[in-house]
Every structure is written in C-alpha cells, then in structure tokens.
Ligand binder design. Structure first.
Ligand code: KIV
Ligand code: ZN
Length: 513
C-alpha cells in the first residue's frame, strides 16, 4: 500500500531559538540550515523576519544558501510582518510565509482584546496578503488546542478559501493529551468542508512531556505535516523532537500510514552541531541522539545483542549517524583529506583563508592528540571559525595550582589586535582565568552557565566548554574546545564576549516586536 508523505517542518532556527539562551548568529543558522537540507528536511523555518534586523538577515541568508528545502519565515497576521517575511524570502528557491493569530477564548480576550469575528477577518486578510507575495502560505491558529471547536472550523474554512495551503493547529502551551489532541484533527478534517484543499499540521510543546506523543497521535488522525526541532529545542520545555518523530514513523511502519523523505544518517551530526552552537548539551539518555541511546549496560542485554541484535535493538545506531568514534585523521593527514572529511560532515568554508585557519588548528590539535575524531573536527570549526572574525582572541596562559593555595592565572589575549595580559587569583583555575579576563575587559556581564563536556572518550579527549553570559537581558553562549579544559574555558569566555559585542539583537517574539 502506498503511503502518504509526512512533511517534516523544522523550526529549530525559529521556535528552537526561543529557548532562553539559545540565540544563534546568522552564520550559525546557515550552518545548521545546510545540515537540515542534507538531512532532506522539507521545510526550514529560518526565523521571524520582522523580529530584528539580525533575524531578517538570518532568514535572508538561509533563503539564499538553501536550494533543496523550502525556507519559511514566521509573521504575525499583520501587514508589516508579512511584507518583511516576503522581502527576506525574495531570493528563496522555494519560500513559505507562515502567518499566525491566536484563536483561543483566553488569548483573544486577554492578549488580543479582539472579538472572534475580528480575529477571523484579520486572519483572512493576512493570508490573502501573504498569497500576493508567495504561492505557499501556512496559517497557524495559535493556542489552537484550547480553541472553541465551532470557531476553529469557521476560521479554518475561511483561511483555506483565502489561499492557505497548510493549516497548523498548535498545542502552544503543551496542554494537550494524545487521544484528545489527535481526535481534534479527525474532527476538524471531517467537519471543515474544504479540508481536502489543505495539509493539516501539528506543532506541539513539551510542557507535560507529551509533545512527540501528541504529534504522532495527530499524524494517526490525519495530520500530514509535523513541526519539530532538533534535540527537541524550543520555547520553555521545547518542541517535539525531530529525531524522535522521524525514527518513530520509520521504525513503526506498521502503525503509521506515512513516510518521511528524511535521510536519518545525518541525525546525529546535526544534533551535535545544534548542541555545540546553542551550548545546550544532549542528555545521555535522550532517545536517538543521547550518548547512551544505543549502549547496553546489563550483561543479559549485551549477551542477547551479541547472539541476535534484534533481541534488544529496535533501530541500528549507524542508521542515525552514530559512527562509534570512527578514527578519521591524524597528524600526517594532508589538506585534501581533512577538507574532504569536513565536507562529508556538511562543513564548508567561505574561502581558502578560512580553511587555512582551521587546517592550522587541526595540525596543532593533532600534535597534542594523536587520534582525531569527527567530533574533534566539529569542535575545531566552531572554535577556529569564530576566532577568525572576532574582537578578542586567545593567545596563551599560565596557571598555577597547589593544594592549600588559591590558584592563580595569567592570561594573554588580543583585543582588537592589541596584546593584553592580566593576572588574578580565583577559587579554582577557571575562576582565576575568568577574573583575569574581566580585569582587562570590564564587560559587566553575568556568568549564567558554565559547562564542560568531553568531546570523545579518554583523558586525551578535548574538553568542550560552554559559557553563557548575560548583559542587559541579552544572552549569549560562547564555546571553546581544547585538550586543556582551562584553555577551553578561556576560549569559551572570550568567544561569549565576542558574541556580546557583535550580536546585540533582541530575542524574537519576547522583545516586543
Ligand atoms: O507554539 C506556537 O503556537 C507557535 C506558533 C507561532 C506556530 O510557535
Ligand atoms: Zn511554538
């Protein structure tokens, strides 16, 4: 029996970015978008064009860089938002304007202070306006799962008549329960006279841990688009996780009457890239992409897997991109081999100069660490790529630690091309390094998060450090990697300062666009 296509709509770059602290620069968004394109995601929601000049530029840059996936911008159901989205998407090979307005009684009364008929009229006007700019328009009923059914049927019929090709009914506040949310789709599809003219879409938040279950229930009841994010990133508790949706549909072909066009081999590398860029580590027991997702600890399980893999494994780790720490390169590897491996990982370079900087960093790392894994290469680009274009650059440091004495650090870094050196004591070596940097920089930022992860296994591994700084309500995540975790910490701190300098844009939706 032939199966319906399930459209995978990734909103990592828009709803995912609404996770506090997960803001991404334009270039980081383009890198993630290229990985999503490789994974064959159908629609990439690149941002909310009117939210800020930075968001506009990011949507535009993604629209220009992506040719295989459709690129989408969010827009409230008002003229200026829609025009801005249309402008950002002008160069897209295939674009979509995604416009929305709230339809639940509580949102209409308190937030919008509008009558239902006014909301309906505004929705129709917005869809028509968007259709003047593009053939592909999606309409979302914000807080749809808490909306009154008869009103929902009326507004859906009207927006489809006005030209919306996709109708999304989000569970905005994560209140839905699988049976009830799925059933709602069935009723909508059966009750709206022109429902056959649109694709119905689900968009679930994870406040009760039900985002994936709710989305899949909607699919069982007729939804043919799922909005989701890599690693389940998203506003508050996050959105439905892309990897879980894709692998559930694929693994339980017997239950779902749909199939996706996703190439799952890119799932793990994409998850890693998103985690590195946002500084949100993936919990070890996270389905599909967690470090333990395919690790069998108990002897009984190990024995079973060795005798017959399918006794305990429902998916194959290699299918989703786990390479079991495949050794790729060493210090004798040449430029061509290094470049080719980067390309296989979906990483390209703007020009020869950028690659040269990364290759030099590769050689330095290969001297310190004999085996270079894919993860090391990924860390190297987030590091070297950033250093090439930033205000502060790490040069070197000296740290002294002795039991019973306060650790002290002296760090040298470049600030706008000038060498700066500062020393400080601290409660630990990392604290001493951060205090020394601040003695020179006086950033006024607060340190909100400091985390260290080993990139690969063993004591030779590189430490991958994330530093989250906040200044005036603006959050950034700096990242740094090195075999010396104190050096990685210094690099991450300087990187965060660079981001504070260069990326002072407000947060989409929250900052009153
Ligand atoms: O959660 C939500 O309702 C949204 C809409 C803007 C689609 O993100
Ligand atoms: Zn959302």
């Amino acid at each position: 029996m032939s199966k319906d296509k399930l459209v995978i709509f990734d909103t990592t770059l828009r709803d995912g970015e609404q996770s506090p602290g997960a803001s991404m620069t334009r270039d980081e968004k383009v890198r993630i978008a290229k990985m999503l394109e490789k994974m064959r995601v159908d629609v990439i929601e690149a941002g909310f064009a009117i939210a800020s000049p930075g968001d506009f530029e990011a949507v535009k840059a993604v629209a220009e860089a992506i040719t295989e996936s459709r690129v989408c911008s969010l827009a409230r159901a008002v003229g200026p938002d829609i025009l801005r989205a249309g402008e950002a998407l002008k160069q897209a090979n295939a674009g979509r304007i995604h416009t929305f307005i709230a339809t639940s009684p509580i949102h209409m009364q308190y937030k919008l202070q509008m009558q239902p008929d006014e909301v309906l009229e505004q929705a129709v006007t917005a869809v028509k306006k968007a259709r003047n700019l593009t053939d592909d328009v999606e309409f979302s009923l914000e807080d749809g799962s808490r909306s009154e059914r008869d009103f929902m049927y009326r507004i859906i019929e009207a927006v489809i008549d006005a030209g919306a090709g996709t109708v999304n009914i989000p569970d905005t506040v994560g209140y839905g329960e699988p049976e009830e949310y799925g059933e709602m789709f069935r009723r909508v599809i059966d009750s709206v006279p022109n429902s056959d003219k649109a694709v119905f879409s689900t968009h679930c938040h994870n406040d009760l841990g039900l985002a994936v279950a709710n989305s899949l229930s909607a699919v069982i009841h007729g939804a043919r688009q799922v909005e989701c994010t890599v690693n389940g990133l998203g506003e508050r508790a996050g959105n439905a996780s892309l990897e879980e949706i894709v692998m559930a549909v694929r693994t339980r072909r017997d239950v779902f009457a749909v199939e996706t066009g996703i190439d799952p081999a890119h799932i793990v590398p994409t998850s890693r890239l998103v985690s590195t860029i946002t500084g949100f580590p993936v919990q070890p027991n996270k389905a599909i992409v967690g470090a333990n997702a395919f690790a069998h600890e108990s002897g009984i399980h190990q024995d079973g897997v060795l005798k017959h893999r399918e006794t305990y494994e429902i998916m194959r780790a290699e299918d989703v991109g786990w390479h079991t720490n495949k050794l790729v390169l060493g210090k004798h590897s040449g430029r061509a081999a290094v470049k080719a491996r980067f390309e296989e990982l979906g990483i390209s370079f703007a020009d020869q100069g950028e690659f040269n900087a990364v290759f030099q960093a590769f050689k330095v790392l290969a001297d310190k660490k004999h085996e270079i894994f894919d993860e090391d290469l990924q860390a190297l680009v987030s590091d070297a790529g950033q250093e090439a274009r930033e205000v502060y650059q790490f040069e070197g440091m000296e740290v002294q630690c002795k039991t019973g004495q306060a650790p002290s650090a002296t760090i040298t870094f470049r600030a706008l091309g000038e060498n700066r050196t500062a020393s400080s004591q601290g409660s630990g070596p990392v604290d001493a390094v951060f205090k020394a940097i601040e003695k020179e920089v006086h950033s006024g930022a607060d340190l909100l998060l400091y985390s260290v992860n080993a990139i690969t296994q063993g004591t030779e591994a590189q430490g991958d450090v994330t530093v989250r700084l906040e200044r005036g309500g603006h959050l950034v995540n700096g990242v740094g990697a090195d075999t010396d975790i104190v050096a990685a910490s210094a690099k991450a701190y300087l990187n965060a300062l660079n981001l504070l300098e260069s990326d002072a844009r407000p947060h989409p939706q929250r900052d009153g666009v």
